[in-house]
Design a protein around this ligand. Structure first.
Ligand SMILES: Nc1ncnc2c1ncn2[C@@H]1O[C@H](COP(=O)(O)OP(=O)(O)OP(=O)(O)O)[C@@H](O)[C@H]1O
Ligand SMILES: [Mg+2]
Length: 481
C-alpha cells in the first residue's frame, strides 16, 4: 500500500529545489560575467597531415572558413577549410606550417573570407592575405569586402562599347581592347609577356591599375615594381604579389584579392585596369589544392574544379552598373608553345579575345612579338568605326598571305608576278611589320596608332625590284636550323 502524500510537504520541497536552481544559475551567470578564462569555445584537434593537407576532427566549420591551429611553441597558424569527408575537415595552411604537432588544437575563427579595402591601398604592395610587403607601415583601411566577390546580374552589366587606349600600337590598331573587356595574353616562357604587361601598366589611360603577380618568380616582383612601374606608375597602382614560394592557397587568394580590389574601385565608378600574371599559375595553385584533398585529375592532371574556378574569377571583371569598369588582361602560359594546353583552351573559351606572342618573332628580336594570325579581339567590331575595322582586316589578310608563302619567298621559289596578292604582300610586309614593332619605353596613343594604320594601308606598294631586297630581320625563320 502506498502512503498518502502530504501536499504541503511536496510544495515546500519544490520551492526549495527552485531556490537551489536559482542560486546555481546566478552563480554560473556571475562566473560567465567575471571569469573570462573559463569562456567556452569550440575547438577540435589535428589528426593527420599529408603534404600540405591538414585533417582535423572534433568541430564543424563551413567550407571557406578560417581556423587557427596552435603550434608547439604557442604560435598560431591560420588555415582554411577546403573540404571534408565524414567527420573529418580538410584544411589548407595559409602561411608557414613550422611548429605543427599531432593533436594540435584547432579553433574556427571566421566563417567567411573578407579583405580590407580602401583608397589607402593605392601605391602599396601587398601579399595574398593583404599584408603589406613594402615596409610602408600598416594599411589604413576600414572597409571589408568578400574575397570571393558578389555575383553580378548579367543584365546589369553595361556592354563593352568604348575602346581603351593601352599605348601599344599593335593592340590599339589591330586588336583593339574595349573598356570592360577580358583579354588573354598567351605565350610560352620568356617571350615577352611581362614586358608587354608592363608597357600597358604604364601607358594605359585608367584611374587605377591593379596588378596581380601570381606564382611568378620572387625576383620579378621587385623588378616589376622598380623598373617597370616606377614611382609614378605605382602611385595609381595596387600590386598584389604572391610569388611561387607562397602556399597554393595564398597564390589562389592573391588572384582573388587583386580582383576584389579591382571590384572595389570599379564600384566607385572608376576605370580599372586589372593585370594578372599569370592565370595559369592560378589554375596550377587550384590543381595543387584539389589533388591534395583527393579530387581525381582529369585533363593533363588538372581536376575538374580548376575549370569551374577559372570562369568564376574571370567573370568578376567587366563593366559595372554605375559606369565603372574592370578591363582585365590575364597572361596564360602555353608550355612548350602548346596552344592546346587545357588551361589555355579553357581561358580562350571564357575570355573576350587573346593576343598570342610568337617565340619565332621574339627570337628574331621583333618586339612585341604579337602573332597577328593567331590573335583576336572579339569585341573589336563593336568598339571601333567601320573604316578602322576594314583597315585592320585588310592588314591581317595581307600579313597572313605573306606568312603563308614565306617559305617559298625565302628560298626564291616564288616568281614575282605569279599572283598579284602575294606581290602586294611582299611589297607591303616590311611596313606591316614595322607597325607592330615598338620599343618597351615608347608609348603610342590611340589616335597615333589609328593614323599610322591608315597611312600604312594607304601606301602604294614600292616597285617590285625594291621589295626583293627585303632585310633579313623580316624573315625570322630563315636562318634557323
Ligand atoms: N618590347 C621588348 N623590347 C625589347 N626586349 C624585350 C621586349 N619584350 C621582351 N623583351 C626581352 O625578352 C625578355 C623576356 O621577356 P619577359 O620577361 O617579358 O618574358 P615572359 O614571357 O614574361 O617570361 P616568363 O614566362 O619567364 O615570365 C626580356 O628580359 C627582354 O630582354
Ligand atoms: Mg613573366
Amino acid at each position: 500500500m502506498i502512503a498518502p502524500t502530504d501536499p504541503d510537504l511536496d510544495l515546500a520541497r519544490l520551492a526549495d529545489r527552485t531556490d537551489n536552481w536559482h542560486e546555481r544559475l546566478k552563480d554560473c551567470q556571475h562566473r560567465l560575467d567575471t571569469d573570462t578564462s573559463e569562456v567556452l569555445s569550440i575547438e577540435g584537434r589535428l589528426t593527420r597531415m599529408v603534404g600540405l593537407t591538414l585533417e582535423a576532427i572534433g568541430f564543424q566549420a563551413p567550407i571557406g572558413s578560417r581556423c587557427e591551429i596552435q603550434g608547439a611553441s604557442g604560435n598560431l597558424i591560420e588555415a582554411e577549410v577546403v573540404g571534408f569527408a565524414g567527420e573529418t575537415l580538410y584544411l589548407m595552411p595559409i602561411g608557414d606550417i613550422r611548429g605543427l604537432v599531432p593533436n594540435a588544437r584547432v579553433r574556427p575563427i571566421r566563417s567567411d573570407s573578407q579583405v580590407p579595402v580602401g583608397e589607402a591601398l593605392l601605391g602599396r604592395v601587398v601579399d595574398g592575405a593583404c599584408k603589406p610587403l613594402d615596409g610602408k607601415g600598416p594599411l589604413r583601411v576600414k572597409e571589408r569586402i568578400p574575397l570571393h566577390g558578389k555575383p553580378v546580374n548579367p543584365l546589369q552589366r553595361a556592354p563593352v562599347r568604348q575602346h581603351l587606349d593601352v599605348g601599344v600600337q599593335a593592340i590599339n590598331a589591330l586588336f583593339s581592347i574595349g573598356r570592360g573587356q577580358r583579354m588573354g595574353l598567351f605565350a610560352g616562357s620568356g617571350v615577352g609577356k611581362s614586358v608587354l604587361l608592363g608597357m600597358m601598366t604604364r601607358f594605359t589611360e585608367a584611374d587605377v591599375i591593379v596588378v596581380g603577380l601570381i606564382g611568378e618568380r620572387g625576383r620579378e616582383v621587385k623588378e616589376f615594381i622598380e623598373d617597370i612601374l616606377g614611382e609614378e606608375g605605382l602611385s595609381r597602382a595596387v600590386v598584389v604579389a604572391s610569388p611561387a614560394d607562397h602556399s597554393p592557397l595564398m597564390r589562389l587568394h592573391g588572384a582573388m584579392l587583386a580582383t576584389s580590389i579591382a571590384e572595389y574601385f570599379r564600384d566607385q565608378g572608376k576605370q580599372v585596369l586589372l593585370l594578372m600574371d599569370s592565370l595559369t599559375r592560378y589554375a596550377q595553385a587550384q590543381r595543387e589544392i584539389a589533388l591534395a584533398i583527393g579530387e581525381p585529375p582529369a585533363t593533363k592532371g588538372y581536376p575538374p574544379s580548376v575549370f569551374s574556378l577559372l570562369p568564376q574569377l574571370v567573370e568578376r571583371a567587366g563593366n559595372g552598373a554605375n559606369g565603372g569598369a574592370i578591363t582585365a588582361i590575364y597572361t596564360v602560359l602555353t608550355e612548350g608553345d602548346d596552344q592546346q594546353d587545357p588551361v589555355a583552351d579553357a581561358a580562350r573559351a571564357i575570355l573576350d579575345g587573346h593576343i598570342v606572342l610568337s617565340r619565332q618573332l621574339s627570337e628574331a628580336g621583333l618586339y612585341p612579338a604579337v602573332d597577328v594570325e593567331a590573335s583576336i579581339s572579339r569585341v573589336m567590331p563593336q568598339i571601333i568605326n567601320e573604316e578602322h575595322f576594314e583597315q585592320a582586316q585588310y592588314f591581317k589578310q595581307i600579313y597572313s598571305t605573306y606568312r603563308q608563302n614565306q617559305d617559298l619567298i625565302n628560298v626564291g621559289a616564288y616568281a614575282m608576278g605569279s599572283d598579284p596578292k602575294i606581290d602586294e604582300a611582299i611589297a607591303m610586309f616590311p611596313k606591316l611589320q614595322s607597325l607592330i614593332q615598338q620599343g618597351m619605353n615608347q608609348s603610342i596613343d590611340w589616335q597615333q596608332s589609328v593614323d599610322n594604320l591608315t597611312t600604312t594601308m594607304q601606301l602604294s606598294p614600292p616597285a617590285a625590284d625594291e621589295t626583293m631586297k627585303m632585310p633579313e630581320i623580316f624573315n625570322p625563320g630563315q636562318n634557323r636550323n
